[in-house]
Design a binder for this molecule. Structure first.
Ligand SMILES: Nc1ncnc2c1ncn2[C@@H]1O[C@H](COP(=O)(O)OP(=O)(O)OP(=O)(O)O)[C@@H](O)[C@H]1O
Ligand SMILES: [Mg+2]
Length: 271
């Protein structure tokens, strides 16, 4: 990410509870430490875990933009050098807005392009439309899985739907909660094997392996991101390495801007 073009990257999973929100929050902490202006879009419309992990309660969300509020006033500082943007409250689907409201939202979000380097999107789990739309709209996707067999099959199911319905064929992969680095690589190989055998033409990049680390739970209880709570813990060290890779990505530039392109694709995905 050596250019000034912002990057839009989702963190997603087939199975729930694999560590997406923890990884998203801590990746944001690390990106901020590397000097990147980062906004974490909390797109898990069901449960807003980002606030719980950070011990904050954002009062505003995307819906407030429709009430005329400026985007700078809707962003909630995390206390760790990045901001939170709650996608919505009350479970309203963005795609259910009227065309007029969508256009209004797009205009209100216009200013965001110049204010950030990375937009990280923490999605919910599964293959529901909202999860799919956020992933289709993002430029890069980080698929999180764990060594549990169900996590592997659910990750494969998400890849399959994104590929077959939306033509998405490139994914970064983080294997989280591993006992050893070798186990992480083995899980990744199984995913590659399944994709090669049943789908073909899917590009998977092993972005990182994050160990099962008891210090993560301690940090969650303290409501402090583990990268700030225990910066030298095994999990924090792994996320720091992941952040180094992410900043080396060179986002492709879209004619109408990357952030705007993301919102457009997202809002008009079902249209
Ligand atoms: N590397 C790790 N080591 C130990 N525990 C972890 C690790 N990563 C995540 N956890 C634990 O796993 C649980 C689930 O994490 P998290 O809420 O981030 O998952 P999620 O994928 O966002 O879940 P959901 O699908 O519900 O949004 C949390 O209790 C967290 O403490
Ligand atoms: Mg989550």
């Amino acid at each position: 990410m050596t250019s000034s073009v912002p990057l839009v990257c989702s963190l997603t999973s087939g199975k729930g509870g694999v560590g997406k929100t923890n990884l998203a929050v801590n990746l944001a902490v690390q990106l901020a430490q590397l000097g990147k202006r980062c906004v974490l879009l909390d797109a898990d419309l069901g449960l807003a875990n980002v606030d719980v992990l950070l011990g904050i309660a954002p009062e505003r969300n995307l819906g407030h933009l429709l009430q005329g509020m400026a985007v700078a006033d809707v962003l909630c500082p995390s206390g760790y050098g990045f901001s939170i943007l709650p996608a919505t409250s009350g479970g309203t689907e963005l795609t259910a807005l009227s065309t007029g409201q969508k256009l209004e939202l797009l205009e209100a979000l216009d200013g965001l392009e110049d204010q950030l380097d990375v937009l990280l999107v923490d999605t919910g789990a599964g293959v529901g439309d909202t999860v799919l739309y956020f992933n289709v709209a993002a430029q890069e996707r980080i698929l999180v899985l764990t060594p549990e067999p169900t996590s592997l099959t659910d990750a494969y199911a998400l890849i399959k739907v994104l590929r077959q319905r939306h033509g998405v064929d490139r994914f970064h992969v983080i294997v989280n909660m591993t006992s050893t680095a070798r186990e992480g690589k083995a899980v990744f190989s199984r995913l590659v094997g399944a994709c090669d055998h049943f789908l073909g033409g899917i590009a998977l990049n092993l972005l990182g392996v994050v160990p099962q680390d008891p210090l993560v739970r301690q940090a969650v209880t303290a409501q402090i991101p583990f990268c700030a709570h225990t910066p030298h813990s095994p999990a924090a060290t792994a996320v720091a390495q992941i952040a180094q890779s992410v900043v080396s990505w060179r986002p492709q530039e879209h004619a109408d801007g990357n952030i705007k392109f993301f919102w457009k694709r997202l809002l008009f995905a079902g249209a």
